[in-house]
Design a protein around this ligand. Structure first.
Ligand SMILES: [Fe+2]
Ligand SMILES: [Fe+2]
Length: 266
């Protein structure tokens, strides 16, 4: 029978964008047809083995060119950055599956569905970018997203705090303004894509919150203080303002958001 962790390795250890997308869709289809075994029979290879395409070139955040969304070049850079976030999100969803073994089957099926949704997000943005004359890889990309995966490779609670509950949750704060901006530019296709992504991402953050809380309690930790401690250790001061209404839907508690907001004023 097909094994989930073989698919995870297939996706993570190929350089090919197409290969990663194909492995992701195939694994999700097999899972839907109940033809995917979720038993782990091997141990994960180090995160340093993860393969990425030769392009885009990765730059440190400080070296990324700054462009305004108001110019044509800025709009291309914006969609390219978004494509990169979605591309890294595919790898991040597979990595949480691959690296952390022995968890309940629903954990794996949640992250497999998320991997497949990220692959859809990536493809939607890529198609839109191609219509504007740019492909993924034509511009440089932000190195930061994978650094956080490497930092949290040995700590599942830290991974959940940092990836879905910080990085993806940040997306919930900033996406509504991006959608408004694209509306103002009459980019209707862009508006539709971002609206779809926004809806799905609420679900990703919600799964992150659910598993964070459940696993923290299983480890005998109080989830809210554990979250605060991990965020300070791995990220430092949080960036706001925070979209309280949507973060609550995505599984944050009011206490957690109060704490995040207090951090802004320290
Ligand atoms: Fe996404
Ligand atoms: Fe996501």
């Amino acid at each position: 029978m097909n094994n989930l962790f073989d698919f995870a390795a297939k996706c993570l250890f190929t350089h090919s964008v197409e290969g990663k997308l194909a492995a992701t869709h195939q694994a999700w289809q097999l899972h839907m047809a109940q033809q995917l075994c979720m038993e782990s029979t091997d141990s994960p290879l180090p995160i340093a083995n993860t393969a990425f395409p030769e392009k885009p070139e990765w730059l440190m955040p400080r070296d990324m060119p700054r462009r305004s969304l108001n110019t044509e070049a800025g709009k291309l850079a914006f969609f390219h950055a978004l494509a990169h976030i979605e591309f890294m999100a595919i790898n991040l969803a597979w990595d949480i599956i691959y690296r952390f073994r022995g968890l309940p089957p629903e954990f794996y099926s949640d992250w497999l569905r998320i991997a497949d949704e990220e692959a859809q997000h990536f493809s939607l943005i890529r198609t839109h970018m191609l219509s504007l004359g740019v492909d993924y890889g034509d511009l440089p990309a932000h190195r930061g997203l994978w650094l956080q995966a490497e930092d949290t490779a040995n700590n599942l609670l830290a991974r959940l705090a940092v990836v879905p509950r910080c990085m993806e949750a940040r997306g919930l704060d900033v996406t509504p303004a991006m959608i408004d901006k694209l509306k103002g530019m009459n980019d209707n296709a862009g508006v539709d894509i971002l609206t779809r992504i926004y809806q799905d991402e609420i679900g990703h953050v919600e799964r992150g919150s659910y598993w964070f809380k459940r696993l923290a309690i299983e480890q005998g930790q109080e989830p809210e203080s554990c979250f605060a401690k991990l965020l300070l250790t791995y990220i430092g001061k949080p960036k706001g303002p925070f979209n309280r209404e949507v973060r609550i839907i995505a599984g944050f508690s009011h206490n957690e958001i109060d704490w995040l907001e207090a951090g802004l004023h320290e």
